[in-house]
Ligand binder design. Structure first.
Ligand code: ARG
Length: 482
């Protein structure tokens, strides 16, 4: 190992141990972040007179060259990306200059800051992916707003609804999932930089300044907490798991709906696979895989929590192993969201097959009971018994069936006319009359979903703008010194 760290306390090395210690491969994810963190740190060191403007300018120039050459140009024999970048800077400008980059910082605050910078991008990306899926759901819901279908509970036909209402149920869940991502973002967006190893530093640094240059809302409040805590990552992965769980439920419906037994939907060929032996098969593999990847996200959350739960303060090397779980979780959740947006956009829904599910299974039973309550004044429980007795006889009752059963059960004539009974049993009339807020007959369903989508797009845009502004601020501050 040519690691610059080996020139200090340690001498002898062993290749297998070096490999075991190294996070170099997975540090690709934080390469850009580390350059930005380095730039902000050096700007602040120069502004505070801790490093001369000339030295800072040379280091900043070298950092940009290292960035332009890319991660693959680094010497991969280093323990991780941080000494690799420092070594690349030293190689360009000599140790007397480049060796000042790491003044008043430690890899502990450096890596914690890098993870937060990279995780911010993942969160913003996840928000964008979720919005794309929500937008696809709203589009398809607009089209299928009045398509009848049976809703299911316990996977048994239950009551009529519309395909649009069903699709928008996932959009509504994803709105909350989006909110969880933005909530997590607030706590990710704090800067531990300047915490150094854990005890801060006697150099006159300005943590507010580096926080602002990197687009963070504020520095973390306690330097030991700054390097020791990964709660921000746990929360972000938990938010991504909420997304994944919602996606997985949608997947399950799509898989069922695409079966011959349901037949409401056909996947576009691009989102389906076939069988190596059964040539007729068109399998909904994208939805199945997205359902499966939810387990990967759940595993990431478990892996991360298990890693963190027993650690003493402050930094421990276990934390290196924690970071990979974060990226695994986001990769799985985001990949699924993007593919599902495509599935939803391109799927072909079958209006007639959906409608047929409202024709049997006595899905109008609840509405019939409600109608009896309204029209005859009997108690709901009595109406429930009565309609239950009808259901015992037939799945597709007529008004005559209802009247007859009423006579048998109560010994009296049903006090409403056939037309009213028929209206209750008609799925279209049933759905239209279910116009309570949020129900399938509520005219505002699609427009409310659109409004929510627009609000969240504004939220995402403003978070992205804040980051762009801070990037400009950092570029300007660098120019000032160079
Ligand atoms: N690769 C390390 C990580 O990901 C960087 C921090 C190393 N710090 C240390 N004290 N060894 O956590």
């Amino acid at each position: 190992m040519t690691d610059i760290l080996r020139r200090g306390r340690l001498g002898a090395t062993d290749d297998e141990v070096d490999e075991f210690l190294s996070s170099f491969g997975s540090d690709r994810r934080i390469f850009d972040a580390d350059i930005e963190v380095g730039r902000a740190h050096v700007v602040m060191l120069a502004e505070r007179g801790i490093v001369s403007d000339d030295d800072a300018a040379a280091i900043l120039g070298a950092l940009e060259e290292v960035r332009d050459d890319g991660f693959d140009a680094l010497d991969d024999s280093h323990e991780d990306v941080h000494p690799a970048i420092e070594a690349a800077v030293v190689e360009r400008v000599g140790e007397d200059v480049g060796g000042r980059l790491h003044t008043a910082r430690s890899r502990n605050d450096e890596v914690a800051t890098c993870i937060r910078v990279a995780l911010r991008d993942e969160l913003l990306g996840a928000m964008r992916d979720v919005l794309a899926l929500r937008s696809a759901l709203v589009e398809r819901a607009e089209e299928t707003d009045d398509w009848l279908v049976s809703g299911y509970t316990h996977l048994q036909r239950a009551q009529p609804t519309t395909v649009g209402h069903h699709l928008l149920s996932y959009e509504a869940a994803l709105e909350r999932d989006f909110g969880r991502l933005t909530d997590a973002y607030r706590r990710v967006n704090e800067s531990p930089l300047g915490s150094a190893a854990f005890a801060g530093t006697s150099f006159g640094i300005d943590r507010e300044r580096t926080a602002a240059l990197l687009g963070f809302d504020a520095p973390t409040r306690n330097s030991m907490d700054g390097v020791a805590s990964r709660g921000f990552a746990l929360e972000a992965v938990a938010a991504s798991l909420n997304v994944a769980v919602t996606l997985s439920r949608l997947c399950e419906d799509l898989v069922l709906w695409s079966s011959h037994e349901f037949g409401f939907v056909e996947f576009d060929d691009a989102y389906a696979s076939t069988s190596s032996i059964m040539p007729q098969k068109k399998n909904p593999d994208t939805a199945e895989l997205a359902r499966g990847k939810t387990a990967t996200v759940q595993g990431a959350l478990n892996g991360l929590a298990s890693n963190l739960k027993g650690l003493p303060a402050a930094y421990n090397r276990d934390l290196q192993e924690a970071t990979g779980h974060v990226w695994d979780g986001f990769d799985a959740a985001r990949g699924s969201a993007r593919v599902l947006a495509g599935v939803v956009e391109t799927a072909e829904f079958d209006r007639e097959a959906a409608r047929e599910t409202t024709e049997s299974g006595f899905v109008g039973a609840t509405e019939l009971a409600d109608t009896l309550v309204r029209e005859t004044g009997i108690a709901f429980r009595t109406a429930h018994h009565l309609v239950g007795a009808v259901a015992r006889e037939t799945e597709t009752p007529t008004a005559e069936d209802v009247r007859e059963t009423a006579r048998e059960v109560t010994g009296e004539e049903l006090g409403i006319d056939d037309e009213t009974v028929e209206r209750a049993l008609d799925p279209r009339g049933c759905v239209d009359s279910h116009d309570s807020y949020g129900a399938p007959g509520d005219d505002g369903l699609v427009s409310e979903a659109r409004d929510a989508l627009e609000r969240d797009m504004d939220t995402l845009n403003s978070l992205e703008e804040d980051l762009e502004l801070s990037e400009e601020r950092l570029d300007e501050a660098v120019e000032e010194i160079k």
